[in-house]
Design a binder for this molecule. Structure first.
Ligand code: SAM
Length: 254
């Protein structure tokens, strides 16, 4: 485990995460799919765990959500979320600093939608299971939870190089579980941001969902660079063509 805390890393880089339009690789390859899977959002009350500087919360607000409650361990990211220009009309947004694994304060008893966009790659299996229990308790009847994580196989498929990588430091796919893999993800303007992946196998996600009481099979989407991405910016996206980058899970309240 690296000595630097996740909170310190995000506090130090919060201004480089702040953005009002698609900039990061995953703003193209992951976040639009999250918003699609969360929809319809009109009138929904949304819980955003690991909200960062609120980029996805703003998209959800724009899609018509009634409220978004975002929580993030980095006070600087939360500060930027509060300062960002709102784009959601009447949506009530609340951002607070806190650890999603031990969260006890909420703005409501239940939420119609919950999202965790690249949160679980900062948590151990046990911490992720604790969050999943919280999500299950807070999902309104008929509600939906969408989360994304780096694809568990991706760190093993490609040598560390732009525009996205994690370093496995010699740990194997199975022995590396709960080990922290440091990585980088690029913005289209050439800046690289530090990210990390507390490694889990594919089956770990299914086991944790079941342990937390989600009994229905999740919808699973393996996200990748598409032809549209390559047409938009060939030099940036082409190195990743053909690799599974992220996984999106969508589960319904049962
Ligand atoms: C890759 S960023 C994603 C931010 C946002 N969800 C997005 O998609 O733009 C991961 C975020 O998770 C936050 N995070 C990591 N561990 C956390 C924890 N235990 N509780 C709450 N937030 C956490 C980090 O501070 C960071 O802002």
């Amino acid at each position: 485990m690296s000595a630097e805390s996740t909170e310190a890393i995000y506090d130090a880089n919060a201004d480089r995460w702040a953005r009002e339009e698609r900039v990061l690789l995953s703003d193209f390859t992951a976040r639009p799919f999250v918003v699609d899977e969360l929809g319809p959002l009109a009138g929904a009350h949304v819980l955003d765990l690991g909200c960062g500087e609120g980029y996805v919360a703003r998209l959800v607000a724009k899609a018509g959500a009634a409220s978004v409650f975002g929580v993030d361990v980095s006070t600087e990211m939360v500060q930027n979320a509060r300062l960002a220009t709102p784009i959601g009309g009447s949506c009530v947004t609340t951002f607070e600093a806190g650890d999603a694994a031990t969260l006890t304060h909420f703005t409501r008893d239940t939420y119609e939608r919950v999202m965790a966009v690249f949160l679980f790659n900062y948590l151990t299996r046990a911490e992720m299971t604790a969050v999943l229990r919280t999500v299950r308790a807070r999902l309104a009847p008929g509600g939906r939870f969408v989360f994304t994580v780096p694809h568990p196989c991706f760190p093993y498929m490609r040598a560390p190089s732009p525009p996205f990588f994690f370093e496995t430091e010699g740990w194997s796919y199975f022995a590396g579980v709960d080990r922290t893999y440091e990585g980088r993800i690029w913005r289209r303007d050439g800046a690289a941001l530090p990210v990390r992946c507390v490694h889990k196998t594919f089956s770990d996600y299914f086991a944790a969902l079941a342990e937390a009481g989600f009994s229905a099979l999740p919808k699973v989407v393996e996200l990748k660079v598409t032809d549209e991405h390559v047409a938009y910016d060939r030099a940036f996206f082409e190195p990743l063509v053909g690799f599974p980058l992220h996984v999106l899970f969508r589960v319904e309240a049962t």
